[in-house]
Design a protein around this ligand. Structure first.
Ligand code: ADP
Length: 549
C-alpha cells in the first residue's frame, strides 16, 4: 500500500529559500579585525547566492555536476557559496587550507574541480598550486589580498563582487533528485591518500534537522552561534545549513582564529553558542587566564573532533559556559553522538554522562564489534570497534569521475556499516565512551592502554597545558606509552611528580616510563593532536626522552 503523502525532494535550495524568506532578518556577521564587523541578513545572503549561481552558470559556464571548490575562511561569502553551488545542481567542494600542499593538489585533481572560489588572503597558498591543477579553469577572488600572485597563470581570474553585481536576485532552482551529490569533503588523509566523502541533498537536509533538535545543538532564532569550526571541516559541523532552517544568527571569525581575537569577538558580539575542537578551547582558556573577560554569554558550546578532556569542561563550567561533548567524522556529516545527560539528573549526577561521547540520534545506529568479529553487548564494559549506519553516514568513498565508488574492507563492513576505527564501550542506557582510536591504542603485554585516558588525567594537572600520549616500541611489553607534555609558564612539576599525579587516577601498570617535555603538541590540519608526527619524532630521535625507573 502506498502512502498518500507528497514526495517533496529534500534539497539544499529548499533550506536556502526557507531561510531567506522565513528568517529574512537573521544575520551572518563576519569579523573583519577592524572596528566594525560586516553584517548581512539571510535575505541578502539568499539574494547573493542567487546572483552567484547566475554568474557561475552564465559567465563561467558551470554545469550540473561540475565541482566548484572553495578555499575560504568562515565568512558570509562562503555561506553564499554553500547554498548557491548545490542549489544549482553543481557540487561544492570545500578545500582544507591547512592540508599539506601535495594533498591539496591530489584532492583538487581527484575531484576535477573546474572553479576555485578563494579568499584573497589565501592566494599565496593557491597560486603556486595552480600549474599542477589542470582541471581548474577559473579562480574567483573574494575579499582583500594581493592578486598579483595570479598574474601570468593559465586561469581566468574573476572578482567575486564584480561577478555578482547587477545580476538577478532570484533563481529558478532546479528540482533535483534528493540523492544527487551536493557537496564533498575529503578526509584529512591521516593514513594514505585523502578519501572523498560526497554528501547528498537528502543527507544534508536530514542532518541539518538533527543538528537543530534539542537533543543535539537545539538552537533557535534567539541564538547566535560562533562558528569556529572551519567550513572546510565537515561543513562546519552542519551549522550553515542548520542556521538557515531555524534562523540562528551566525558569527563568522574569518581568518581571526587566534585566542585573542576570538575573545574580543565574543565580548563584542555576545554569541550564545559556539562550536570548535578542544585545542581552540584550550587556547581561549589560556588567553582568558592572562586577560580575563566575561564570556558567560555563551551558554552552551559544542566541543568535538577529538576527545574533550574533562578538566577542560570543568574549567568552562567555572566560567559559566556549559560544554556539550560530541563525536563525529567526515564520513558521518559529522553528527554522530552528543552527550546530553538523561533527563532528571542534576549536578554531580550528570558528570559521568557529560564526559562520554554521548548518545546516538534516531538517524544513526551504532554497534560495537569485538576482536573476533562478534557484535558486543551494550554493557559499559565490552570494548570493540564502533560501526555506524544511518541516513547521513557515508556508504562509500568517491572513486573519481569514471571510477566506481570505493568501499575498502577496512572502512566498510560486508553489510554496509561504516567502520569508524574508534574503539570504545556503550552503556546499557546507550551512552558511547570512546577509549581510543584503534591505531592509537597502546598494546602493552596483551593489555590495552587508552592513550586518551592518560592524556585526560595528565591535562587535569594544574601545571600541564597540553599532553599527548603515544605508543612506542618496547622490548619487553611490545608497546609502552610515551608521554609528551607541554607545561604552563612558570610550572615547576618534574616527571616524577607528574607520574605520581597520574597514579592517583590510573592503574600503576599503565603509568608511562618515558617522558618528554615539548614546546607544543603537533596538530593536524583540523587542530587535532598529530600522533603520527610524535611517533616519527620519537623514532627519529628528535625528542629528548627521559626514562623513569
Ligand atoms: P580525521 O580522521 O582526519 O581526524 P575527522 O575529522 O573525520 O578527520 O575525524 C574523525 C575522528 O575524530 C573520529 O573517528 C574520532 O577518532 C575523532 N573524534 C571526533 N570526535 C571525537 C570525540 N568527541 N572524542 C574522541 N574522538 C573524537
Amino acid at each position: 500500500m502506498y502512502s498518500t503523502m507528497q514526495d517533496v525532494p529534500l534539497l539544499v535550495s529548499r533550506i536556502l529559500e526557507h531561510g531567506r524568506k522565513v528568517h529574512a532578518t537573521s544575520t551572518v556577521t563576519t569579523w573583519t579585525g577592524e572596528a566594525e564587523p560586516h553584517r548581512r541578513t539571510f535575505a541578502e545572503v539568499g539574494d547573493r547566492a542567487a546572483q552567484l549561481a547566475h554568474a557561475l552558470r552564465d559567465e563561467l559556464g558551470v554545469r550540473p555536476d561540475d565541482r566548484v571548490a572553495t578555499l575560504m575562511w568562515n565568512n558570509a561569502e562562503h555561506v553564499e557559496a554553500y547554498f548557491a553551488i548545490p542549489s544549482m545542481g553543481s557540487i561544492l567542494h570545500t578545500l582544507n587550507l591547512r592540508l599539506p600542499v601535495e594533498q591539496l593538489v591530489f584532492i583538487v585533481n581527484h575531484a576535477a574541480d573546474r572553479v576555485v572560489i578563494a579568499n584573497g588572503s589565501l592566494l599565496p597558498l593557491l597560486a603556486p598550486l595552480l600549474p599542477h591543477l589542470p582541471t581548474v579553469e577559473h579562480v574567483v577572488v573574494s575579499g582583500p589580498g594581493d592578486r598579483s600572485a595570479l598574474d601570468g597563470l593559465d586561469v581566468r581570474v574573476h572578482d567575486y563582487e564584480e561577478l555578482l553585481a547587477g545580476r538577478a536576485t532570484g533563481y529558478a532552482w532546479p528540482e533535483l533528485d534528493e540523492r544527487q551529490a551536493a557537496a564533498m569533503c575529503y578526509t584529512s588523509g591521516t593514513t594514505g591518500d585523502p578519501k572523498g566523502v560526497v554528501y547528498s541533498h537528502r543527507s544534508i537536509y536530514l542532518h541539518s534537522m538533527q543538528v537543530n533538535m534539542t537533543e543535539s545543538m537545539g538552537l533557535t532564532d534567539a541564538d547566535t552561534t560562533l562558528v569556529v569550526v572551519p567550513q572546510f571541516h565537515v561543513n562546519a559541523w552542519g551549522l550553515p545549513h542548520a542556521t538557515f532552517m531555524t534562523g540562528i544568527n551566525m558569527l563568522m571569525p574569518d581568518r581571526f582564529l587566534q585566542p585573542g581575537p576570538l575573545a574580543e569577538m565574543i565580548v563584542a558580539e555576545r554569541p550564545t553558542h559556539a562550536a570548535a575542537v578542544p585545542t581552540i578551547w584550550q587556547g581561549l582558556l589560556a588567553e582568558l587566564a592572562a586577560r580575563p573577560r566575561d564570556i558567560s554569554c555563551m551558554k552552551n558550546v559544542t566541543i568535538g573532533g577529538s576527545a574533550c578532556p574533562p578538566s577542560l569542561m570543568e574549567a568552562y563550567d567555572k566560567l559559566g559556559v556549559r560544554v556539550c561533548h560530541a563525536w563525529g567524522m567526515t564520513e558521518t556529516s559529522p553528527l554522530g553522538t552528543m552527550a546530553h545527560p538523561p533527563h532528571g539528573l542534576s549536578g554531580e549526577e550528570e558528570w559521568p554522562y557529560r564526559i562520554t561521547q554521548g548518545r546516538f540520534p534516531a538517524g544513526v545506529e551504532g554497534r560495537l564489534i569485538g576482536p573476533g568479529g562478534d557484535e558486543l553487548p551494550w554493557d559499559g564494559e565490552s570494548a570493540g570497534e564502533l560501526e555506524v549506519r544511518g541516513t547521513w553516514i557515508a556508504g562509500a568513498y568517491y572513486g573519481g569521475a569514471d571510477g566506481e565508488p570505493l568501499r575498502p574492507e577496512d572502512k566498510f563492513s560486508a553489510d554496509g556499516w561504516l567502520k569508524t576505527g574508534d574503539v570504545g564501550v556503550i552503556s546499557a542506557d546507550g551512552f558511547l565512551t570512546l577509549t581510543d582510536r584503534a591505531k592509537d591504542v597502546i598494546k602493552s603485554g596483551g593489555e590495552w592502554i587508552s592513550s586518551v585516558e592518560l592524556e585526560n588525567a595528565l591535562m587535569a594537572h594544574p601545571e600541564v597545558a597540553e599532553a599527548a600520549v603515544v605508543a612506542v616500541p618496547d622490548d619487553k611489553w611490545g608497546e609502552r606509552p610515551l608521554a609528551t607534555v607541554v607545561l604552563k609558564e612558570g610550572a615547576t612539576a618534574d616527571y616524577a611528580a607528574l607520574r605520581e599525579f597520574l597514579g592517583l587516577s590510573v592503574a600503576k601498570w599503565q603509568l608511562p616510563e618515558r617522558w618528554a617535555l615539548v614546546p607544543a603538541v603537533p596538530k593536524t590540519s583540523v587542530g587535532k593532536f598529530d600522533k603520527k608526527v610524535i611517533r616519527r619524532q620519537y623514532a627519529d630521535g628528535e625528542l629528548e626522552v627521559t626514562k623513569l625507573a
